[in-house]
Design a protein around this ligand. Structure first.
Ligand SMILES: Nc1ncnc2c1ncn2[C@@H]1O[C@H](COP(=O)(O)OP(=O)(O)OP(=O)(O)O)[C@@H](O)[C@H]1O
Length: 520
């Protein structure tokens, strides 16, 4: 009968002993959480007190899984930029420090996805699979890790590749008034990266949802989403999201670059980014400067675009090419933000509204566009065939104005104008129709050799198409030589000339003499 009592006693003893041991060995481990309080919430920002240890740009968390970045760090109060839907936040709510800075998911899993700057999916493809996270703000590669720009980034647009070439690792600004085809140039460049081993990041900042949806649809339809990540903030998102978007996009691109890949980032557009930053700065009561932009507006764009580079082979040899877009007002290139960006970048592609109205598309104003480093990366074959194309085009543009007044022109001037009209016709290109390098070189050679000059203007599109179709039949080894050879050989030039002549034969009217003979 005593056996069960013994057992019960021994169980109790063992339990007490273990509890006693637990109490004796327990050391309290406190994890301090710094908790502050919201004092005020306004459009896109919150003022917070009671977080004395918070660091600059530290991420703080609010209720409802909303995060913010500590922007103004004063002794008594901090100004926080809100990064989500903040409608439920009120004065008196709690705020916690996170001890980390804003970061974003990066990796191959992002390719083909549409995300917001926080890495949340905006498509219906489920959660984003990421291999790592990187801070959105990172120091740019040091000078010693950088290599010169030597490889071209083909845009597939004849006017750009021939006259304003872009190199991998370059920063080329696209600027122009609204609705002049800025996005079209950037999107066409992305489309042309198919099969070129270049990954792309398209960052839409503060744009209309319909415009972004249209761009994504084009990328999908043309199969470009396979190698593209789309980072989106829409016009009605909090300004904080628009502010961090280009930095997040750059970190996503940098991850690929550090893996040795070539990456292209499009920022569409930085005018909206500057406006979002101005809005935040004014709300945070920072002193306004020119055009009410804060004093550090130049710095926010230069530290973003400094991250574009071509790394040395020892650093993986990857590159990050940046195509920032800026909207001008009434063609004013010398406004504050456009001049800032022009001075930060390595050149600009200027789109003219008057050319757009004339139907010259893409509406690139060659005389106001420049590429400061791309020329060194341009393939030798281009240089061999473009010759004085830019000069001839500039001369034509000048003379064309006189021709409009009905002035009587001498034969030579007329010749320059007729040649110029054909240059303009050849440099035109519809949207989403990139032209291969072989096609471009053949057309440009025919153009500079004046083969098109005898083609009637009305037939230029058809004639150019005929040359492009003929160029598509060129042997693969010859096409490969355009990419690798140090110079266009005489034989290759002769092959191209023959090809262009044959293709243009049906479009060239017979000489007057033979016309008379056949009439008789
Ligand atoms: N090469 C082209 N051929 C035909 N149409 C074009 C071409 N480039 C642009 N467009 C058309 O011009 C219009 C404006 O183009 P786009 O949206 O690219 O301009 P944007 O300057 O980026 O506009 P926004 O100022 O609204 O950002 C669009 O309807 C587009 O389809």
């Amino acid at each position: 009968m005593s056996a069960p009592a013994d057992t019960l006693q021994s169980v109790l003893d063992r339990t007490f002993a273990s509890l006693r041991h637990g109490l004796e060995t327990y050391t309290a481990q406190l994890t301090p959480h710094e908790v502050g309080t919201i004092t005020r919430v306004s459009t896109g920002i919150a003022m917070v007190s009671g977080l004395p240890g918070v660091g600059f740009e530290e991420l703080v968390s609010f209720s409802g899984n909303v995060f913010g970045i500590a922007f103004n760090v004063d002794e008594t109060e901090i100004g926080v930029v809100l990064l989500g839907d903040y409608g439920h936040l009120h004065a008196g709510d709690q705020v916690r420090r996170t001890g980390r800075v804003m970061d974003v998911a990066v990796g191959e899993g992002l390719l083909g996805r549409v995300i917001d700057p926080l890495g949340r999916p905006l498509d219906s493809l489920g959660p984003v699979v990421s291999s790592a996270r990187l801070p959105i703000e990172r120091p740019a590669a040091p000078i010693m890790d950088r290599a010169p720009v030597t490889v071209p980034l083909q845009t597939g647009l004849k006017v750009v590749d021939a006259l304003i070439p872009i190199g991998r690792g370059q920063r080329e600004l696209i600027l122009g008034d609204r609705q002049t085809g800025k996005t079209a140039i950037a999107v066409d460049t992305i489309l042309n990266q198919r099969g070129q081993d270049v990954l792309c990041v398209y960052c839409a900042i503060g744009q209309r949802a319909a415009a972004v949806a249209r761009t994504i649809a084009v990328l999908r339809e043309k199969g470009a989403m396979e190698y593209t990540v789309v980072v989106v903030t829409e016009g009605n998102d909090p300004p904080g999201l628009a502010y961090i978007a280009p930095y997040a996009a750059t970190s996503i691109a940098e991850h690929f670059m550090e893996m040795g890949r070539d990456v292209l980032v499009v920022y569409d557009d930085l005018t909206q980014h500057a406006r979002a930053y101005r809005e935040l700065s004014l709300l945070l009561r920072r002193p306004p400067g020119r055009e009410a932009f804060p004093g550090d507006i130049f710095y926010i764009h230069s530290r973003l675009l400094e991250r574009a580079t071509h790394l040395r082979p020892e650093r993986g040899g990857g590159s990050l090419t940046a195509l920032p877009i800026i909207e001008t007002e009434a063609q004013n290139m010398s406004a504050y933000i456009p001049t800032n960006l022009i001075s930060i970048t390595d050149g600009q592609i200027y789109l003219s509204p008057s050319l757009f109205e004339l139907g010259v598309l893409p509406a690139v104003d060659v005389s106001k566009s420049v590429s400061r480093v791309g020329g060194k990366a341009q393939r030798a074959a281009y240089r061999a065939v473009t010759g004085d194309l830019k000069l001839a085009y500039a001369q034509f543009e000048e003379l064309e104005t006189f021709a409009r007044f009905g002035a009587r022109l001498d034969e030579n001037t007329q010749k320059i104008i007729e040649h110029g009209r054909r240059i303009r016709a050849c440099l035109q290109q519809p949207e989403s129709a990139p032209v291969s390098m072989a096609g471009q070189i053949t057309v440009l050679l025919a153009l500079t050799a004046a083969f098109f000059d005898s083609v009637p203007l009305a037939q230029m599109t058809a004639a150019e198409q005929a040359v492009l179709q003929a160029a598509a039949t060129l042997p693969a080894e010859l096409k490969a030589r355009f990419d690798t050879a140090k110079k266009l050989s005489e034989e290759d030039r002769a092959t191209l000339i023959q090809l262009a002549r044959d293709a243009l034969k049906p479009f060239v009217p017979p000489p007057a003499e033979s016309r008379r003979t056949s009439a008789r």
